[in-house]
Design a protein around this ligand. Structure first.
Ligand code: PLP
Length: 399
């Protein structure tokens, strides 16, 4: 079975490259997480909250009109229907339970667009935990509504003014804070990134997505696997959850969409798997977009949730071995994909998820091919972006 090794590596990628002051706390977490996740107490609480609080299982919806258009049998895994509007809550619900069981009192988290910050602030309110969010000052301005949501939920939002003042800087600042409070503080990481064991923890929290796909497909088509799985990839968590129970199943092709921005041959891209080289970012060895002398480059994409210059080590490995096919989807293609899903199925997707929709155009299917595509989130937060760029989807955008 595909899994992380004892030292936290997926092939050559992963590990835990942390400052010495964090050795002990990271070590404690490495030793504590798996027994807790396996315990009946954790499992009972986690699945009860997923059901009654998050609203799971999320539907697996047969998209009839898009199936006809793309000549396949397309099913959408509707993570957009979760409480708080995306898959991120699956992870924060699980990790807050883990933090509580480890006796932690204070939660910190990084956020880019604010989606992970909101999902973290939400579970902290639910569990009555102290919550501080680190967010680049540029993002604080750009994502005003999410900042207000986090504050309303009782979190303290700390604007980060170093570097480009975006997600990557927020991660660094959260790690710095953790160094100052290693004993009482739990760092609730938002994607399959960071030092071991976070990529494994987050993948396991999101694995409920493919666990559900299995029985939902069995129910709908009488077999529990698709021919294709498609998801968008930023740090890699919704993709990891979508593929988790199928990684060893060679019958299933895996196609991921990363953010091409203006294009992979430009400086304005977030396509880390295609443009990155091996390096270390936020505690893990993985693919990183960096300059020749090893400085981390800023990622660029229309989608704040995919705006990360690294990639989860699991995906760096699966892409390099060829298990995953990774396509770069540019801003204009994603905008078009968002309008297309909206007009053809009545679902306004998050701009991140629209990257996965746009991948359909780049593939050739047979009529009987069963395709499961994860709609990672809903598009309420992106309406302005869609409107501002409607000329990129002329077919639908001339209203
Ligand atoms: C954060 C986010 C993503 C990207 O994160 P992953 O960890 O790669 O899943 C994708 N879609 C939505 C809706 C998000 O909020």
């Amino acid at each position: 079975m595909y899994k992380v090794d004892e030292k936290g590596f997926f092939g050559q990628f992963g590990g835990a490259y942390v400052p010495e002051i964090l050795y002990k706390v990271v070590r404690d977490l490495q030793e504590a997480y798996q027994p807790i996740l396996d315990s009946k107490e954790f499992q009972d609480e986690y699945y009860a909250l997923l059901k009654d609080y998050v609203g799971r299982p999320s539907p697996l919806y047969y998209a009839k009109r898009l199936s006809e258009k793309y000549n396949c049998q397309l099913y959408l895994k509707r993570e957009d229907l979760n409480h708080t509007g995306a898959h991120k809550i699956n992870n924060t619900i699980g990790q807050i339970l883990l933090a509580k069981k480890m006796g932690k009192k204070r939660i910190i988290a990084e956020t880019g667009a604010g989606q992970h910050g909101v999902a973290t602030a939400t579970v902290c309110a639910l569990m009555d935990m102290q919550c501080e969010i680190f967010m680049g000052a540029t993002d604080v301005e750009r994502q005003h509504m999410n900042v207000e949501r986090m504050k309303m939920l009782g979190a303290k939002v700390n604007p980060v003014r170093t570097g480009n003042m975006t997600l990557s800087d927020a991660c660094s600042q959260a790690i710095r804070d953790w160094c100052c409070h290693p004993e009482d503080t739990y760092y609730l990481v938002g994607s399959t990134m960071g030092p071991h064991p976070y990529p494994d923890i987050v993948a396991k929290m999101q694995a409920v997505i493919s666990k559900e796909i299995k029985w939902q497909l069995e129910e709908k088509i009488g077999r529990d696997y698709p021919d294709y799985l498609i998801a968008c990839v930023g740090g890699g968590s919704n993709a990891a959850g979508t593929i988790y129970h199928y990684i060893d199943d060679e019958r299933v092709k895996i196609v991921l969409a990363e953010a091409g921005g203006h294009g992979i041959d430009t400086d304005y891209t977030a396509a880390t798997i295609q443009c990155g080289t091996e390096g270390i970012i936020h505690g893990a060895r993985t693919l990183v977009m960096q300059t020749d002398d090893g400085q981390i480059k800023e990622a660029f994409t229309i989608s704040a949730g995919l705006d990360y210059p690294g990639i989860g080590p699991m995906h760096a490995d699966l892409a390099s071995t060829g298990r995953e096919q990774v396509l770069a989807v540019n801003d204009d293609e994603a905008i078009y994909g968002g309008y297309e899903l909206t007009r053809m199925e009545g679902i306004i997707p998050a701009i991140e998820s629209a990257h996965a929709i746009a991948a359909l155009k780049k593939l050739t299917f047979k009529k009987d091919d069963v395709v499961v595509l994860t709609v990672s989130g809903r598009g309420d937060k992106d309406i302005e972006t869609y409107l501002k760029n409607k000329e990129m989807a002329k077919e639908y955008g001339n209203f």
